[in-house]
Design a protein around this ligand. Structure first.
Ligand code: GTP
Ligand code: ZN
Length: 294
């Protein structure tokens, strides 16, 4: 029997096991995964079995160029697939967690995806110096920090987004959806004001959604997150995801040096203590998550 062609599509929204897939002609279909597992992310490119006017089954997920993914002992979550840029959105107010930023940066480096830290709400000038100070260590590591105010416009972001797929990620309330609305006029992404009006709780964005940018490129708005586990990383690859470690790797006496209390560690004394502490914390999380659970 001749196999009917399976059209290619891109997943433009991911809400649990409910997906929306967009065909190349722009038509959008409700799509659902084949089996029980739904390891499909917003941004994925897929092949579909069309099953009716507006329904399809996801027959195959095409190979990904990147996957932003988080995993801890209890849960795992695909944030977005096939992204070229991860925009980590933080704000002057409310205050943000530098550790969360550092974790997302490790995930980006592990996937070799560009990262950009966006400091939003710079119109709130009283809180600006503290936010800048919290980001200074990241600047020193060479990460790009872009300051702006989504309420006054987000055009400063455009050169970073043109022709690429970017995901906006970060804690809740930092202004990801407000940025999306500033960049995509007809996006109407729900922001805090809307969720307050509906009294729907703290998190406004509850699922990942992809928006096309006029002139090329796409943006994925994703739900606010509080944690970013990296248990999916291979402990042997972890040190490679710290760009500040790279120049010192290979200079330890022992090849499998954990840069802890081993004699002859060539890294320990050359990197910032907070970076070493993060490395040890992640290493511990990875090894305990990988341990068999009884
Ligand atoms: N002063 C000021 N407020 C802003 C700015 N950008 C966003 N906000 C406000 O910050 C609040 C949170 O914005 P959202 O866009 O809903 O935040 P979010 O990061 O998408 O939050 P989640 O969807 O829960 O992850 C809203 O009240 C926005 O109006 C800004 O540049 N300046
Ligand atoms: Zn070492």
């Amino acid at each position: 029997m001749k196999k009917t062609a399976q059209p290619a599509a891109r997943i433009v929204s991911a809400h649990g096991r409910h997906y929306v897939a967009r065909l190349e002609d722009g038509r959008e279909l409700q799509a659902f995964p084949r089996g029980k597992k739904s390891d499909i992310a917003c941004g994925d490119r897929v092949l579909l079995d069309i099953q009716g006017e507006d329904q399809a089954r996801i027959a195959e997920v095409l190979p990904r160029t990147s996957l932003l993914y988080r995993k801890d002992m209890w849960k795992q979550k695909m944030v977005a697939a096939n992204v070229d840029l991860v925009a980590i959105v933080v704000a002057t107010e409310p205050s943000f967690s530098p550790e969360l930023v550092a974790r997302i940066l490790v995930a980006c480096d592990a996937q070799q995806v560009d990262a950009l830290i966006v400091l939003n709400k710079c119109d709130l000038t009283a809180a600006l110096p503290a936010a800048r100070a919290a980001l200074e260590p990241f600047r020193r590591l060479g990460y790009n920090v872009l300051e702006l105010s989504a309420l006054q416009g987000a055009d400063a972001l455009r050169p970073h987004l043109a022709g690429r797929t970017a995901v906006f990620t970060g804690q809740s309330g930092m202004g990801k959806s407000t940025l999306v609305n500033a960049l995509v006029p007809d996006a109407r992404a729900a922001t805090r004001e809307v969720s307050q009006a509906l009294d729907s709780g703290k998190h406004t964005t509850t699922y990942a959604k992809l928006y096309d940018l006029a002139g090329g490129g796409a943006l994925i708005d994703s739900p606010g997150l509080q944690e970013f586990g990296l248990a999916q990383l291979d402990v042997n690859d972890l040190e490679q995801a710290f760009p500040d470690f790279r120049a010192h790797l290979g200079s330890c006496r022992f090849r499998d040096c954990a840069h802890d209390s081993e004699p002859g560690c060539g890294l320990r004394d050359h990197v910032a203590p907070d970076r070493l502490a993060l490395y040890h914390l992640l290493r511990h999380e990875i090894t305990t998550a990988a341990a068999p659970q009884y």
